[in-house]
Design a protein around this ligand. Structure first.
Ligand code: FAD
Ligand code: SF4
Length: 503
């Protein structure tokens, strides 16, 4: 922070995902704050109705909390609002390539005085650049999340005993990721934090009703924290009551338990009202106080300090062209039932449940995103860029930076293995082990041929057949090709899946 900036009273413009004290407190606590509700941003995509509600609610609660410091302008576009405001503003680096180019245009137009580094993540973009370059000055040929994560743990001193990880191991995944408990319909743990809606939410709902925006999904009660105070309460509730179960059932699915032991913190984190280090410190405190097992705390820290930060940094590192990767040459359009979130048109119980979650809440948990929705899209060859756009608009926590590496990379392997070393997909056996869905499904996870052939089981073999050369060349997937070659009915399965219309 330069002396001139410290002294000046230049106002600070906050985007809707920059609403926490890390953006407007500290060195900036004396500045007037500008918030903008730009109609063009709300209309940019056909967003989930509940996503629009969360963003408007967050902005308006932000303005209310900042009181006289804040000016909230409603305008057609950001530029129009800045002109109307009439004073050049400071802004933190925004969270997408498009927005970054835009704020730099605003600097040239004299509407923005300066673009400041973002405090949104634990690691700065500059520090990542240094990490990405090895000591000899060359760029790392390949990134591994595990290397990044260990460096993050060391750098921020999280779950460390001196130079060593607490408990002697960096990764406790082997103790996590169990199937759901047998014979139970839910995990039977305290419910996640649920905010109380107030008059601001009521007004947002009335405004959205009257704006004539094209949306997807259904309206519903606000389920996610949008202010720093709500985020603090949500974090506390999670750490006190749900974290102990988190790691163990991280990958499990139960039809009657939509949230399982997940934290539901991606929305406040992505809105910038919860700082990632506050979340990991809370988990570490719970472990050190004996209130959560190490495996659970480590699993949670890995998600936030590892995966989330890694995906953010790779978004910038890979650049905007990354979104156009299509290594598996997948060109099928997303079907209407998918884009319309028409879960009732789907028979496959695992898929129906995940899609219904998106329709009803704009949210599904990680394993539903990766191993149900993502895996289905991969098997059926949906166009990766279209899929990424779909995730960005249909999920309440979908923001531009989080999509490419998660969707193009991790879930669709469209980047040829930059993010994940193998495509993530499976047959019905895995889904049957990790969920209670198959018992209620009209398909049979063991069947690959016939009217009750499971679309995931048959789809897995059809996918393996389509990409046999690529999969055979990868040590981690070569066995799938050998197994496929032993299937006597492979041709019939491939033919059946080529004609499958309904799921
Ligand atoms: C295909 C696909 C699409 C996804 N789309 C999004 C998205 O639009 N927005 C989003 O925030 N996350 C996305 N994720 C990551 C992850 O699924 C969600 O962050 C998580 O399900 C949100 O629920 P939660 O807060 O209860 O998470 P928890 O299971 O409680 O995990 C804790 C936190 O870890 C972070 N996290 C874990 N994994 C990731 C990851 N791979 N990328 C980023 N953050 C991560 C999130 O902030 C999350 O809140 C996606 C993953 C996949 C495979
Ligand atoms: S049988 Fe197949 S489609 Fe049905 S729930 Fe199980 S995995 Fe999903």
């Amino acid at each position: 922070m330069t002396a001139s900036r410290q002294e000046s009273d230049t106002p600070l413009w906050l985007f809707a995902d920059q609403l926490g004290p890390q953006f407007h407190g500290g060195d900036h606590a004396h500045r007037p704050v500008l918030l903008i509700e730009a109609d063009s941003a709300l209309r940019r995509r056909r967003f989930h109705r509940q996503k629009l509600h969360l963003v408007l609610s967050a902005l308006r609660h932000g303005a209310a909390d900042l009181g006289e410091r804040a000016t909230l302008i409603r305008a057609g576009t950001y530029t129009e609002a800045l002109r109307r405001y009439g004073r050049p503003v400071l802004v933190h680096e925004p969270t997408s390539h498009a927005a970054e180019a835009f704020v730099h245009r605003l600097v040239r137009a004299g509407l923005v005085a300066e673009v400041l580094p973002t405090p949104a993540f634990a690691l700065s973009r500059n520090e990542f650049r240094q990490w990405a370059h090895q000591k000899d000055g060359r760029s790392r040929a390949r990134f591994r999340m595990e290397d990044f994560y260990r460096e993050q743990r060391r750098r921020f001193g999280i779950l460390m005993d001196g130079a060593e990880p607490v408990g002697g191991r960096w990764n406790l995944d082997a103790e996590n990721r169990e199937p759901p408990p047998k014979g139970r319909a839910t995990l039977d743990i305290p419910a996640p934090y649920r905010p109380d809606e107030d008059e601001i939410d009521a007004q947002v709902r009335r405004d959205l009703d009257g704006m004539g925006l094209a949306t997807v999904g259904v309206d519903g009660p606000r389920l996610f924290a949008v202010t720093p105070a709500e985020a603090g309460a949500a974090l506390q509730q999670f750490v006190a009551h749900r974290l102990p179960t988190f790691g163990r059932y991280e990958d499990a699915m139960l039809g009657a338990d939509w949230a399982m032991a997940h934290s539901l913190l991606s929305v406040p984190l992505n809105l910038g009202v919860l700082h990632p280090l506050d979340a990991v410190h809370a988990a570490e405190r719970a472990y050190r106080a004996g209130a959560a097992p190490l495996a659970a705390a480590e699993g949670f820290v890995r998600q936030i300090l590892g995966w989330r930060e890694y995906m953010w940094q790779l978004y910038w590192h890979f650049g905007p062209e990354y979104l156009d990767h299509n290594e598996l040459d997948a060109h099928n359009p997303l079907p209407d039932w998918w884009t319309e979130l028409d879960a009732d048109a789907v028979d496959a119980e695992c898929l129906r449940e995940a899609l219904a979650g998106v329709r009803d809440r704009g949210w599904a948990h990680h394993i539903q995103r990766l191993m149900v929705l993502g895996s289905h899209a991969l098997q059926r060859g949906y166009h990766p860029r279209a899929l990424s756009d779909w995730f960005a608009s249909s999920f309440v926590d979908g923001f531009a930076w989080v999509m490419p590496t998660n969707v193009i990379g991790m879930s669709q392997h469209a980047d040829g293995g930059k993010v994940a070393t193998k495509p993530y997909t499976s047959g019905g056996a895995y889904l049957n082990k990790m969920s209670d869905h198959c018992g209620q499904c009209r398909f049979d996870p063991k069947k690959r041929l016939g009217p009750d052939a499971c679309p995931f089981t048959a789809g897995y073999w059809a996918f393996t057949h389509r990409h046999a050369d690529l999969l055979a060349a990868n040590m981690r997937t070569a066995r799938a090709v050998s197994s496929m070659n032993r299937l006597a009915d492979l041709d019939a399965v491939v033919e059946q899946e080529r004609h499958r219309q309904a799921f």
